[in-house]
Design a protein around this ligand. Structure first.
Ligand SMILES: *[C@@H]1O[C@H](CO)[C@@H](O)[C@H](O)[C@H]1NC(C)=O
Ligand SMILES: *[C@@H]1O[C@H](CO)[C@@H](O)[C@H](O)[C@H]1NC(C)=O
Length: 538
């Protein structure tokens, strides 16, 4: 008994003061005297700080200056700042698809308050544009977190549409296919992945690893475009511009805003980058397309989402269908903003006469590493700019950043040849070689790559197909050849220059070998001189 009492006294006398001391110690540091987290990286703005950008409403963490009527709630992802999280991952969440409620549109579940972020300070007012990201559950975690930290970081509002309901780091991701007509979904193998994703008890990667998710996700994708634009207008009717992209699209915001500036959103516009098809040129989804307020309003008022649910079954792609839907529903033709709206990325963009001086607003097919890299490059340009306003980012800047430091005359196990434009790539082959099925030549899916010149101006061209060295000699004498590639008895040349991709190692003549006419490229660049910065005109 005595022993126990002594024990109790020890606890009272020794431990309580220690606990109190720890409490005082922690509070002291917590108050920020020795805060190890720099204030600009902490999740919540410190109240006794007045950051420089506070006087600009578009960069503040409070509600942005949207063009909403006063009765409207401001359109911001962060308006729930003071509210508790709304059951982000409630175990009671229904396993059946929750369709998007047409009357009540909750904001994103919960977002950390955005700090007053120096990385946003250079950006123009983004409160009049709405970003709409289209994605699929098979890729959301590979792509979105990086986008949230970089390209989408400074946006007061954006929407994410997918093929499964999710909450990703507090951002709500809508299942846009929940409302797709039952008669279109039932018995339709395009929706197999959609059904399996909902049945998954753990993470999607573990559930889907035995199936060809890439193809299945592609098949689902075309059902999203028309519906997501329609629902977007119900949810967010007050923006000037509605910018639709994929999760692997990067937007350079200063150029995007400058590109849109001359246009009146009260007129009908449907901007994009043209891709040819049997239905005419359509606005390529991965490059991004943009509808004006007026066009969105009409599209929504006259939308026939059910009709296009059915139509989606018979067409390859949602962006193609969207272009048809805009044309059919509101009689609006699409407008080409290439190359400022662009479907390539820095490592694979063909530089040359068509792509050099123009400002760049979108890039596409970037993985997270590439998104991080270009965002960081953007930041660096702003830090370096003496007046805080760097010159518009031009396509040639991407050359200097991503290609010039790697430019060399030869790379093995490398392919530099993909080119988007007719007549820019041509091949030298041996027509008499009967062992080759030249009609089904390896790049034959790009039919315009099959030009095989027969009337050679130079003797070197006759032997170009024989080896890499011969191909190089031929390139040296053909003025417009800026790069070449030799593989499997074919010498390919191009008027453009791009870095390209590494290829799997092959032996002998199967090996991909790429070359660049470095001197000619440097001369071509010098000949261009200073750029006249010019945005595309509608
Ligand atoms: C809506 O669609 C109908 C039928 O396609 C068409 O006749 C009508 O002109 C359209 N309305 C608008 C505002 O474009
Ligand atoms: C920024 O300036 C530094 C130092 O002059 C330079 O090394 C760097 O290349 C510049 N970066 C950009 C993107 O201009």
């Amino acid at each position: 008994m005595l022993l126990r009492q002594a024990h109790f006294t020890t606890i009272t006398v020794v431990c309580i003061p220690i606990i109190f001391a720890i409490f005082v110690f922690v509070s002291y540091f917590h108050d920020g005297t020795l805060n190890v987290i720099p204030s600009h990286l902490s999740l919540r703005p410190s109240h006794d700080e007045k950051p420089a950008s506070q006087n600009d409403p578009s960069h503040s963490t409070s509600a942005p200056s949207t063009n909403a009527t006063p009765a409207e709630k401001p359109h911001t992802n962060i308006e729930n700042e003071e509210e508790p999280p709304q059951n982000v991952n409630s175990p009671a969440a229904p396993s059946t698809p929750s369709t998007i409620d047409q009357k009540v549109f909750p904001q994103n579940d919960w977002l950390p308050a955005r700090p007053i972020d120096p990385s946003c300070a250079h950006l123009p007012d983004l409160s009049k544009v709405l970003l709409i990201i289209k994605t699929g559950a098979s890729e959301t975690y590979d792509r979105l977190p990086t986008q949230f930290m970089t390209m989408a970081r400074c946006l007061p509002d954006f929407l994410v549409f997918s093929d499964m309901e999710e909450s990703i780091m507090g951002y709500r991701v809508y299942d846009i296919l929940g409302d797709t007509l039952k008669e279109v979904k039932d018995g339709n193998s395009d929706f197999n992945l959609w059904r399996r994703q909902q049945e998954c008890l753990v993470d999607q990667k573990s559930c889907q690893k035995w199936s060809n998710v890439g193809t299945e996700a592609w098949n689902l994708d075309k059902y999203k475009n028309v519906r997501q634009s329609d629902v977007t207008y119900t949810m967010r009717p007050h923006y000037d511009w509605y910018i639709h992209i994929d999760a692997d699209t990067y937007i350079h915001w200063p150029n995007m805003i400058d590109m849109l500036k001359p246009f009146d959103p009260k007129k009908d516009y449907f901007f994009g980058s043209f891709e040819p098809s049997q239905y005419g040129d359509f606005n390529h989804g991965g490059s991004g397309y943009i509808l004006s307020q007026s066009a969105m309003q009409k599209f929504h008022a006259n939308s026939s989402v059910e009709h296009f649910d059915h139509e989606a079954r018979n067409i390859c792609c949602g962006d193609m269908l969207m272009t048809i839907a805009v044309r059919e529903n509101i009689g609006l033709a699409n407008t080409n903003m290439f190359p400022t709206i662009n479907g390539r990325k820095p490592f694979t963009l063909p530089f040359g006469p068509r792509q050099w001086c123009q400002p760049i607003a979108t890039l596409h097919k970037l993985n997270s590493e590439e998104v991080g890299s270009i965002w960081q490059y953007e930041q660096e340009r702003f830090v370096n700019a003496t007046d805080g306003k760097p010159a518009p980012l031009l396509i040639k800047d991407l050359y200097y950043k991503y290609f010039a430091p790697r430019l060399t005359d030869k790379l093995e196990d490398w392919d530099n040849m993909y080119d988007d434009y007719l007549n820019n790539v041509w091949y030298y082959i041996d027509y008499d070689d009967k062992s080759k099925d030249w009609e089904h030549f390896h790049d034959q899916k790009y039919v315009w790559h099959r030009r095989k010149p027969k009337d050679h101006k130079h003797d070197e061209e006759k032997n170009a197909h024989k080896s890499f060295e011969n191909c190089k000699k031929a390139c040296d004498v053909v003025d417009e050849c800026l790069q070449f590639r030799w593989q499997d008895d074919a010498c390919a040349m191009s008027k453009n220059f791009r870095l390209g991709n590494p290829m799997e190692h092959k032996d002998g003549k199967e090996r991909w070998t790429s070359g660049w006419a470095v001197k000619k490229i440097e001369k071509w660049i010098a000949d261009q001189g200073e750029c006249q910065v010019k945005f595309p005109e509608a």
